[in-house]
Design a protein around this ligand. Structure first.
Ligand code: SF4
Ligand code: SF4
Ligand code: FES
Length: 267
């Protein structure tokens, strides 16, 4: 990594952006030269392009479209492929990724989700797959339910890191088993992805959330469940929250096996 104080000040960086005018439309590339301010990130550069939508060839064009929310790597909305690596654009500092005058930054939308426009994709399937494993704590009202069951600090620590998942989709973009599924009818049988497996673990280890443990394991036993993981371990390498995804996949694989054996004896 290059320290920001080594970056050339007063420089211009070229943004090569993969664009698409809408669902089903062909993609094309456009380039923009952007003057870099100290502390610039990808989002601030996209804002500059939105205000100056002229390509390096002098062609007036439409502003590039992207999604964002928190601007502090918490919501996951701004996830895109930057210089070939999936990550959040709000935390991608230009001084770090393109410190030289004339450096090139390539921006592409994620490929495992349908493109809505330009760099903006529809991440609905990320949330759909969380519903497949009932990734929530079941409570039956909003009234005061009293204090919950006690939990050891070590267990809280294990669950805390799992709870930092922001549903960004990086682990799905990098996974060779997770593919773009155009037809929603296939979503419930296609590979569920590392994020949902890890969230199933989070809620199965929660003292109240474990009420739905059996249903979560049933979901992970079925088509597209944990056995579809090919153990390529790409997911854990790209997770911006450093969630131990392969550890979660192993833990849930063991739980699913025990659940299958117990189900067989209950027949
Ligand atoms: S370990 Fe499994 S979930 Fe992670 S990238 Fe590989 S196949 Fe995908
Ligand atoms: S597990 Fe990591 S990479 Fe996957 S959606 Fe959650 S935060 Fe993103
Ligand atoms: S805008 Fe929320 S993670 Fe980047």
């Amino acid at each position: 990594m290059i320290a920001s104080n080594q970056a050339v000040q007063g420089r211009t960086v070229r943004f090569k952006i993969k664009r698409c005018d809408g669902p089903g439309k062909a993609s094309y590339w456009q380039s923009f030269d952007v003057p870099i301010e100290p502390g610039s990130n990808i989002i601030s550069c996209l804002q500059w392009i939105a205000a100056h939508p002229t390509t390096v060839d002098g062609e007036k064009t439409t502003p590039v479209v992207w999604d964002s929310g928190c601007l502090e790597e918490v919501c996951g909305a701004c996830t895109m492929v930057i210089n070939g690596r999936v990550r959040q654009s709000c935390s991608a500092l230009i001084d770090v990724i393109a410190p030289g005058d004339g450096d090139v930054v390539t921006l592409e939308p994620m490929t495992k989700f349908p493109v809505i426009r330009d760099l903006w994709v529809d991440r609905e399937r990320v949330f759909h797959n969380l519903k497949r494993v009932k990734a929530w704590v079941p409570i039956d009202g909003t009234y005061n339910l009293g204090s919950g069951p006690k939990e050891a600090p070590e267990k809280q620590g294990t669950r805390y890191v799992l709870s930092t998942c922001m549903s960004c989709g990086c682990c799905l973009e990098a996974c060779p088993q997770f593919n773009l599924e155009e037809d929603e009818a296939d979503w419930d049988t296609a590979f569920i992805g590392a994020h949902a497996i890890s969230q199933a673990r989070l809620f199965n280890e929660h003292e109240t959330g474990k009420q739905l443990k059996g249903e979560r394991l049933d979901a992970l036993m079925g088509p597209g469940g944990v056995s579809d993981c090919g153990n390529a371990q790409n997911c854990v390498k790209v997770c911006p929250k450093h969630i131990p995804l392969t550890e979660s996949i192993s833990a849930m694989g063991r739980s699913v096996t025990l659940h299958a054996i117990a189900s067989w004896f209950r027949r």
